[in-house]
Design a protein around this ligand. Structure first.
Ligand code: C5P
Length: 223
């Protein structure tokens, strides 16, 4: 495809989501939150009371789960529907993240979600955020970024994010969960979290959102 893609990969709390959304809005490109797909399957599996240790059931669940992204025309906020139910808030919880990470280690689940992700590549361009956007889903993307930040800072960002949403969490517990999830994402056999060779790496520790957005936008053709 000749439609340009900017991939933004990195661990949880590295700022991928926030940066990707802002860059997409300013550039006028579409946005894919690939983690939301894995989270959606995790949440649907929870609703169906499936066993996270039963890969066959989870693969079936992946095929059966409807996932729709809807942008509120007024607030521009993104709502995510799972099987026609608004699951936006539930998707953000660390429980959903942990379920997503377990499910994301199953090769058939990843394969089943491949085409759904590639379908987001539409003119005039796409910003895709995740773990394997630059390595597996869009290896031919002309623009690739890998975001990192210290584990402490990432835990703190997630903590604030969840607190703002009214979810009560414990910072130490969150840090431990994030480190466990990162280790699983980085060490799995399929599509492990790692920078693409041609990715520009940005360590966002101590950097403000605007600074990172500008550094990323500087890589793209001006509109
Ligand atoms: O980015 P987010 O925290 O929403 O992703 C949730 C989980 O989904 C990650 O911990 C990872 O295991 C999985 N994921 C993935 N590949 C992606 C995006 C997310 O394996 N492209």
């Amino acid at each position: 495809s000749s439609v340009p893609v900017l991939t933004i990969d990195g661990p949880s709390g590295s700022g991928k989501g926030t940066i990707s959304r802002l860059v997409a809005a300013r550039q006028g490109w579409h946005y894919l939150d690939s983690g939301a797909l894995y989270r959606a399957v995790g949440v649907a599996a929870g609703w169906a009371d499936l066993d996270l240790a039963d890969p066959a059931a989870l693969v079936r669940c992946t095929f059966d789960t409807r996932i729709d992204f809807q942008e509120d025309p007024v607030s521009r906020e993104l709502r995510i529907l799972v099987n026609d139910m608004d699951a936006t808030d539930e998707l953000r919880t660390e429980t959903a993240g942990a379920a997503a990470s377990a499910i994301a280690a199953i090769p058939e689940v990843r394969a089943a979600l491949k085409d759904r992700q590639r379908a987001f590549r539409q003119a005039p361009g796409l910003v895709a955020d995740g773990r394997d956007m630059g390595t597996v889903i869009f290896p031919d993307a002309p623009y690739k970024v890998f975001l990192t930040a210290s584990a402490d800072e990432r835990a703190e960002r997630r903590y604030k994010q969840l607190k703002d949403k009214g979810v009560s969490v414990n910072l130490d517990g969150l840090l431990r969960e994030i480190l466990a999830r990162d280790a699983r994402d980085a060490n799995r056999a399929v599509a492990p979290l790692r920078p693409a060779e041609d990715a520009v790496r940005i360590d966002t520790t101590g950097l403000g959102i605007e600074t990172v957005v500008e550094r990323v936008l500087a890589l793209l053709p001006s509109r």
